[in-house]
Design a protein around this ligand. Structure first.
Ligand code: 13P
Ligand code: SF4
Length: 321
């Protein structure tokens, strides 16, 4: 219960298993991103990374989805399941990356690059963007499939990659491309401190540092492996008795400890705090989830004129991997 949400006061919330059972009886599919806290992960029918959640929504085509994540993720589910009621615990759960790329600015930049180079670039958008940006893009990618998406275009094809400059920079390094990068960043992954990370590495000899590609280059260069959240989970499940220093959102460790308890996990430290929790993901609480399920709201809507374009760019991504 949070002071800024009086509507959730006095709400008696059942245990996660009872919430899940109740939602099943009502025909509501609860999806949760791995950055949600343990309670919300336990209440969900399915927990995953951005790609897995999009795939799950597209495959299941349920009548109703309660999406525990941030706005762009729920919007993606709505685009993929236009006939479903898609609703969220908190409409204010946004994303600094998605906010960094306004569709008007993107269109101006696409025009500018076309004029400058005599050829319109292919626009590849990381899924952390609005439906309007998806509709103005050629194809979408997630951290789990970005390399494959980029390699699906000929090497000499100019590419504009939006909105994450760090993920884009890492992809330029791994694919040898020279994509033009949008200037956006995730406020959570930007805060990791290399100096503090190196101190923890020294204190834990033999540890393995795994970091998300949304981290800046200085953090990536100090890490052993750069992986999206699904890639991280796969790696820790296959390891035994290792210590992992985890350079991504703090709640990811809940999932690691549940699904790969044989290892030890240490959160990579931030510059000013050790938690690295996404403030937008944290807006979703058990109380708000329970209330959203009762009222089937607040509902996500996507304007009709954006639907087709956003569906096309997402469908191209889903067809690649
Ligand atoms: P994943 O695609 O790896 O799940 O990451 C989503 C996200 O928002 C990272 O900040
Ligand atoms: Fe957006 Fe960063 Fe939060 Fe992911 S962790 S939802 S990129 S603000």
């Amino acid at each position: 219960m949070t002071p800024e949400s009086p509507q959730t006061q006095f709400v008696d919330v059942p245990e996660p298993a009872a919430i899940k059972q109740w939602a099943t009886e009502q025909g509501i599919l609860i999806l949760a991103h791995s950055y949600q806290d343990g309670f919300l992960q336990e209440a969900a029918h399915f927990v995953g990374d951005s790609l897995e959640l999009a795939r799950k929504a597209a495959e299941e085509q349920p009548d109703a989805i309660c999406f525990c994540g941030v706005h762009f993720m729920a919007e993606t589910a709505k685009v993929l399941c236009p006939d479903a009621d898609v609703f969220v615990p908190d409409m204010e759960a946004g994303c600094s990356l998605a906010d960094s790329c306004k569709v008007e600015d993107l269109k101006k930049y696409q025009d500018h690059l076309e004029k400058k180079n005599g050829q319109r670039p292919v626009t590849i958008s990381y899924v952390n963007c609005t439906a309007a940006v998806k509709a103005a893009s050629d194809i979408i990618c997630t951290s789990g499939n970005a390399e494959k998406v980029i390699r699906s275009f000929p090497e000499n094809r100019p590419i504009l990659f939006v909105p994450d400059m760090h993920l884009g920079g890492w992809l330029n390094e791994t694919t040898g491309r020279d994509m033009t990068l949008w200037n956006g960043a995730c406020e959570v992954h930007e805060l990791f401190s290399v100096e503090e990370l190196e101190k923890i590495q020294v204190k834990n000899p033999g540890s393995v540092t795994i970091s998300h590609p949304e981290c800046p280059k200085r953090v990536r260069d100090a890490s052993d492996h750069i992986l999206g959240t699904a890639g991280m989970l796969k790696m820790v499940k296959e390891a035994h008795g290792k210590t992992f220093i985890v350079g991504t959102e703090g709640n990811m460790i809940y999932r690691f400890e549940k699904e790969a308890p044989q290892n030890t996990y240490i959160p990579a430290p931030g510059a000013s705090c050790a938690c690295n929790l996404c403030p937008y993901m944290q807006k979703n609480t058990p109380e708000k989830l329970w209330q959203a399920l009762q009222t089937r709201g607040p509902q996500i809507t996507v304007p009709e004129d954006l639907m087709e374009g956003a569906q096309k760019s997402l469908a191209r991504m889903l067809a690649i991997v």
